[in-house]
Ligand binder design. Structure first.
Ligand SMILES: [Fe+2]
Length: 148
């Protein structure tokens, strides 16, 4: 069954919501590859997802720090562990181990735990900073600074 995006996953910060939405899309592509038993596709999509989350975490963490979010260090640690776990799954699947269900289940938990709850926790602090700095143009500026 497809994983669906819904409004209770939103932080209200369009750039972050767009990034989180992409994770849900990746889960659906991975689920299809899993159902088809297509290991090559799984590994390829996991590569793309890893690249995506590393960039997204860099962006999120930068914004949290700039906003002075109290729990940014703890949030960063959670990101780091998730990226490590994802890379580990990717390596094991590439080496022939079958962790298809485990990787999908981990990603489901990420959406329903981290995105639904933990990402919401910094949203208010970030919104204050965004308003102070002149709105969306500040967010766009941060993105440009980080990714060109
Ligand atoms: Fe996060």
């Amino acid at each position: 069954m497809s994983k669906l995006w819904n409004s209770d996953l939103e932080t209200g910060i369009p750039e972050i919501d767009a990034e989180n939405k992409k994770i849900v899309e990746y889960i659906n592509v991975l689920s299809k590859a899993k159902d088809e038993g297509n290991r090559t596709e799984l590994v390829n999509v996991l590569d793309l997802l890893l690249d995506h989350v590393c960039n997204q975490f860099l962006f999120e963490e930068h914004m949290m720090k700039e906003a002075g979010y109290e729990y940014s260090k703890a949030h960063e640690k959670v990101h780091e562990l998730f990226a490590k776990k994802l890379a580990d799954f990717r390596g094991r699947i590439k080496n022939g181990e079958t962790f298809f269900d485990d990787v999908i289940s981990m990603l489901d938990h990420w959406v329903d735990g981290h995105i639904r709850n933990e990402d919401q926790m910094y949203a208010e602090t970030l919104q204050v900073k965004i308003t102070q700095e002149g709105g969306e143009s500040w967010v766009q500026g941060v993105m440009k600074k980080l990714f060109g």
